[in-house]
Design a protein around this ligand. Structure first.
Ligand code: DGL
Length: 269
């Protein structure tokens, strides 16, 4: 009886801001039975320009908030956190934590690419986390990575099509295309919103990997392995550490639908 009740506990998902709702959108499509409590640290976004130490400290506080909602598993939707703080977070918390690096690796498992491109924030690319995991999992591969910091404000402004994003995408991606990459990992919560412009720039031959589309499989497996998956219809609760200007428009863009009520969260730090 008690076990069943625990299964209904939500998944806790956090990100530096509202960008992680792009990951929530994919998770809800694939595992609609799971309830979600989302926390976006809008008061302190961006994380992608911050140091490893600060990102780790913030992420610990974010998880602390989610734990107060009795979540059964945590998803670090933020790639900057996933690439900079995972070992420290797993050491600190005795709850399963799903990261955003592993789904990218899993998506490449059955392919035999030799040249892989990775894009993300400065924090993600400088951490070398994707590179490390790719090399650990696949032999004889070459990795070409570059930060694309301007993609974040473009996505938030809704400038996802037209000349400006196209020129910026060409500037960032041309060096990777010239290296002959066969696949490109979109290593940031914001980049799926720029998918069509990125596709236009890289052409049809390059396999674009969106870890957000793969992560639900890992969450589901982790829950099933512990007999903790839910069979009921899931709900979504969204908490932000600040209610920023334009939050509703931005949240709708990332979630792909009206986010409903958004509540202010108070972090205890
Ligand atoms: N959510 C961040 C990430 O996926 C992007 C925004 C930020 O820099 O905080 O890395």
């Amino acid at each position: 009886m008690q076990e069943c009740a625990f299964n209904q506990n939500p998944i806790g998902i956090f990100d530096s801001g509202v960008g992680g709702l792009s990951i929530v959108k994919e998770i809800r499509k694939k595992i609609p039975n799971e309830s979600i409590v989302y926390f976006g640290d809008t008061a302190r976004v961006p994380y992608g320009t911050k140091s490893k130490e600060t990102i780790t400290r913030f992420a610990k506080e974010d998880i602390g908030f989610l734990r107060s909602h009795k979540v059964k598993i945590i998803v670090s939707a933020c790639f900057s956190v996933s690439s900079n703080a995972l070992p420290e977070l797993r050491e600190e918390f005795d709850i399963p934590i799903i990261d955003m690096i592993s789904p990218g690796i899993e998506a490449l498992r059955d392919k035999s690419y030799r040249k892989i491109g990775v894009i993300g924030t400065n924090a993600t690319i400088e951490s070398g986390a994707f590179e490390h995991e790719l090399k650990r999992n696949f032999k004889n591969i070459k990795i070409y990575s570059t930060p694309c910091p301007l993609f974040v404000p473009l996505a938030e402004e809704g400038w996802t099509n037209g000349k400006v994003p196209q020129l910026i995408a060409e500037k960032y991606l041309s060096p990777l295309i010239q290296k002959g990459i066969e696949s490109l990992i979109l290593g940031c919560t914001h980049y799926p919103l720029l998918y069509s412009v990125i596709r236009k720039v890289v052409g049809d031959e390059i396999d674009i990997i969106q870890p957000g589309k793969e992560v639900a499989t890992l969450i589901k497996k982790s829950l099933q392995d512990r007999g903790q998956d839910s069979e009921n219809k899931g709900s979504l609760q969204i908490f932000l550490s600040d209610i920023p200007r334009g939050f509703k428009r931005i949240a709708t863009q990332f979630l792909g639908q009206n986010p409903g009520q958004i509540r202010l969260a108070k972090l205890s730090n």
